[in-house]
Design a protein around this ligand. Structure first.
Ligand SMILES: Cc1ncc(COP(=O)(O)O)c(C=O)c1O
Length: 379
């Protein structure tokens, strides 16, 4: 049987990872400044993560969601402590797209509306409702995905966003605090309080998609925490499991109380996923990774701005976009094969997307800058 051929592959085969590095079959070391699309939050094969998962595997890996699972409660409590957001309930699933699909569904259950407001250049996933509000992925939408209406507003056009919310037509607005796939643009945080007010006035649900920019990546635990706005729903995945497939929806239960059987999943919140997620939160807390992302991100940002060909440095914390004068496709390939450095791309063809593990140190930043500078000299 062949693998269904949907990805363009680089001809490199990581077989081992340690900290901020991955190693191929020949033992060649690559510096990982992409974390497999922002997934690697606490570094590859972190000893605490390995121990926690190994211990759990020896106890029980899975049982169903129709029996008690104290690990889910432990995870929810730990998430509340480490993230410092209070008063949400947690629904566990397996991926970012699933988190957003459930969030959109909850909003629609809440006010009975079918239309969804999203921003241009957004990416929210590939499942049915999520792909429908993914502006960057319209070419991936099949006819069957066009069930709910999606309206897109420019992230800079606050007036238009507010007008759309005030129309009372939309079940929700879904926002990435910092856009990932779309190229690291971010909504001006000062807009969020006006958006919150318009949502309250029109009974519209405010969903923050923190799948990529959350979990300590932006220098806050959640990107919206640079404001005092409280979303109704927050979606998480990627860095939450450091490679173990897991996602979550944080729901304001006062606004949207749980209804039995309304949501559900076979694998979501299984014992291994909870163990992995608890280990990640323990490491984020123990190693002060929110602060590390902020400090190292600031250092990285100021150094990136000094490089040749740079037109803009976007993002926050350890979620950076380096915009260059030219398309980065060849540079990225050169960085992998000649300088052993993994970086990422986005729908902005001139932008190199940087998503290193959150526990990198200054040595890693220096090594990254050496490799990138060497690559840029070959342009
Ligand atoms: C902001 C955002 N939301 C949702 C998703 C979808 O997550 P997943 O690929 O886990 O379904 C992604 C994936 O890149 C993302 O960046």
């Amino acid at each position: 049987m062949n693998i269904y051929d949907v990805y363009s592959l680089y001809d490199v085969t990581p077989v081992r990872g340690k900290g901020s590095y991955v190693y191929d079959e020949q033992g060649t070391e690559y510096l990982d400044f992409y974390g497999g699309h922002a997934v690697i939050s606490i570094g590859h094969s972190h000893p605490h993560y390995i121990n926690k998962l190994t211990d759990q595997l020896e106890q029980i890996a899975f049982y169903s969601n129709s029996v008690n699972n104290p690990l889910q409660i432990a995870l929810a409590n730990k998430l509340e402590t480490v993230s410092k957001v209070k008063g949400y309930d947690l629904f566990l699933i397996n991926s970012g797209a699933e988190a957003n699909d459930n969030a959109l569904k909850l909003a629609s259950f809440y006010n009975g509306r079918k239309s969804i407001l999203a921003l241009t250049n957004s990416f929210h996933g590939r499942t049915s409702a999520a792909i429908n509000v993914t502006h960057t992925g319209r070419k991936h939408q099949a006819p069957i995905n066009h069930g709910a209406e999606a309206v897109y507003c420019d992230h800079e056009d606050l007036e238009e966003i507010i007008k759309e919310i005030n129309s009372g037509q939309h079940a929700c607005i879904i926002i990435e605090g910092i856009q990932g796939v779309g190229g690291l643009d971010m909504i001006d945080p000062s807009y969020l309080s006006d958006i919150r007010k318009a949502c309250d006035d029109s009974d519209t649900i405010l969903i923050m998609d923190e799948v990529q920019c959350g979990y300590a990546r932006s220098g806050n635990f959640f990107s919206f925490q640079s404001t005092d706005v409280r979303p109704d729903v927050i979606t998480v995945a990627k860095g939450m499991g450091n490679g173990f497939p897991v996602g979550g929806v944080l729901i304001d239960p006062i606004k949207m109380p749980a209804v039995k059987s309304r949501l559900g999943t076979t694998y979501g919140g299984n014992h291994l996923a909870c163990a992995a997620s608890i280990a990640v939160l323990e490491v984020i807390e123990e190693e002060k990774l929110v602060d590390n992302a902020e400090t190292l991100g600031a250092q990285l940002k100021s150094e990136l701005a000094k490089l040749p060909y740079v037109t803009n440095v976007k993002g926050a914390g350890l979620m950076m976009g380096l915009e260059l004068e030219f398309a980065i496709k060849d540079l990225r390939k050169n960085l992998i094969f000649n300088h052993q450095l993994f970086t990422g791309s986005s729908t902005n063809l001139n932008l190199l997307r940087l998503l290193p593990p959150l526990n990198i140190n200054t040595g890693h930043v220096e090594q990254f800058l050496e490799k990138l500078s060497a690559g840029l000299k070959q342009i």
